[in-house]
Design a protein around this ligand. Structure first.
Ligand code: GLP
Length: 242
């Protein structure tokens, strides 16, 4: 894993932007995208630039079940607001959280991913080490699936809702196996509440109890962290400090 330590989220946004630009120069066609607060500075840098995604494809990691794409806490709405309205893609896929048949929706989504292999996958990191909505215990072979969110994820995401009761209890998420098929992976994490998960991800045992540790098995992963999120990494030799 390549670890880039930056001073703040804005600098992380710039560093992430450079990786997107390089991927575009390398002819990437399909971008796996993520929600959460951590990727926002990358989306801001992309939005402020002249990059053009109009002939590219985006595939989002996850979506809450039960929220329409027009709901202001749905991940479809988040992506429209933070990226797609300013930088439209030729096709943008987000799981349909309102699908009547969630099982069929997961099968459909896996076909989307199979038909459009992801060149660059952007990820955030949950405090418990989740990637997408793959909570601890999820198989490293998992494909798109329905998820029961853990109490810690519900509590962490409650800050975006009027109250915790409004946070959906279920989601649809790309699986860890799906994520690991991406050619290149970029994960961003900021703040001291991510420090334990970051250290476990980069140098802890590879275990399904720590979903992000699966990234140790992938050959092309870049992690962008700020000082606080990097604070618990013991082996600091390979960290690139910007
Ligand atoms: C949610 C999302 C994840 C995201 C995580 C961390 O649970 N499903 O994809 O990585 O939140 O979000 P934040 O970057 O806001 O800490």
């Amino acid at each position: 894993m390549k670890i880039i330590e930056v001073k703040d989220q804005q600098a992380g946004g710039q560093a992430g932007f450079e990786i997107f630009k390089q991927a575009l120069a390398d002819k990437a066609q399909v971008f796996g995208l993520a929600t959460g607060s951590s990727p926002i500075s990358i989306y801001q840098s992309l939005t402020a630039s002249d990059v053009d995604f109009s002939d590219k494809i985006s595939i989002n990691l996850d979506e809450y079940q039960g929220l329409a794409g027009t709901h202001d806490q749905s991940y479809r709405y988040f992506m429209n607001q933070n990226l797609f309205n300013a930088k439209p893609f030729k096709e943008s896929y987000v799981p349909n959280g309102l699908a009547d048949d969630i099982e069929a929706e997961t099968v459909r989504y896996d076909k989307v991913i199979a038909n459009h292999p992801i060149d660059l996958q952007l990820l955030g990191l949950g405090q418990n080490g989740h990637i997408g909505f793959n909570e601890p215990g999820t198989s490293f072979d998992s494909q798109t699936h329905a998820v029961d969110l853990t109490p810690s994820t519900i509590a962490a995401n409650a800050r975006f809702f009027a109250n915790e009761d409004d946070v959906p209890r279920r989601a649809i998420s790309m699986g860890i196996g799906s994520i690991l098929k991406s050619k290149k992976i970029l994960l961003v994490a900021y703040g001291e509440n991510k420090a334990d998960a970051v250290a476990a991800m980069v140098e802890g045992p590879v275990t399904e109890n720590m979903p992000a540790s699966a990234l140790q098995t992938h050959s092309d992963v870049t992690v962008i962290v700020d000082h606080a999120a990097a604070a618990k990494i013991k082996n600091r030799e390979n960290i690139i400090v910007k």
